[in-house]
Design a protein around this ligand. Structure first.
Ligand code: SF4
Length: 228
């Protein structure tokens, strides 16, 4: 119960955060210029809290919210194309109760899984500045402290891997530089494991760089790791 409250308090801090003026302005801009298909939506357009099971063994680390996806619906990956892939994979392997989630009030729940991100405000062109990533890092560091049942970390894409490793080093872990690729497994000195994957972005899924079987294999590997 205490953990749940601490995570909730942290997420409340995130929602109120205004540390990055460029991103605060961008979120306003996004909700003032909605595309036609979403013109009836009341955009969230604030920093996005992470979510999931406080006792999760699997931690997914995304890059940043999508302007017309999570930033619109108010929950990470909810209502965007990457989320379709991620939620489907989580459902196939028993980490979610539904194969997709389009709104944050649709009873979608994660089981044994928690989803966070390198940065919590949608950046212009999906490209956060280095100082914005640094501004946001303390929230992730705090989550690493609170989510003390995590056994497997799955950063989505190369930037998320780099930033996850950087954060873990700040926690005092001695981690050499890790080559990025799809399906690489890196045991960490604290007993946790990183499994790498290509990001399920449209850029990767529509070009065939990442296929469903490839993406599902990551979660099969994660499940196997937990069973071991
Ligand atoms: S990106 Fe992170 S640090 Fe920057 S304003 Fe959003 S929540 Fe705050």
């Amino acid at each position: 119960m205490k953990l749940k409250v601490e995570l909730k308090n942290l997420q409340n801090l995130v929602i109120e955060c205004q540390k990055c003026p460029r991103l605060v302005a961008h979120l306003k801009e996004v909700s003032n210029h909605k595309p036609k298909r979403y013109r009836d939506w009341n955009y969230w357009s604030k920093p996005l809290p992470s979510f999931g099971d406080p006792n999760a063994q699997i931690l997914i680390v995304g890059l940043a919210p999508a302007a017309q996806g999570g930033n619109r619906t108010g929950r990470m990956f909810t209502g965007d194309r990457s989320g379709e892939w991620l939620f489907d994979a989580l459902y196939q392997f028993g980490f979610a109760n539904q194969p997709n989630s389009l709104r944050r009030d649709d009873d979608f729940k994660l089981d044994d899984c928690y989803i966070t991100a390198t940065i919590r405000c949608a950046p212009p062109k999906n490209k956060p500045l280095p100082e914005e990533i640094e501004n946001c890092r303390p929230y992730f560091l705090k989550e690493l402290d609170l989510l003390n049942n995590v056994k497997v970390l799955i950063p989505l894409g190369q930037i998320a891997l780099t930033q996850t490793v950087r954060s873990l080093r700040q926690k005092g872990l001695d981690i050499p530089s890790l080559a990025f690729g799809h399906g690489k497994v890196y045991p960490l000195p604290n007993g946790q494991t990183i499994i790498t994957t290509y990001h399920p972005s449209q850029q990767n899924t529509q070009t065939g760089k990442l296929t469903r079987p490839m993406f599902h294999r990551i979660f099969k590997m994660a499940l196997k790791k937990l069973e071991d």
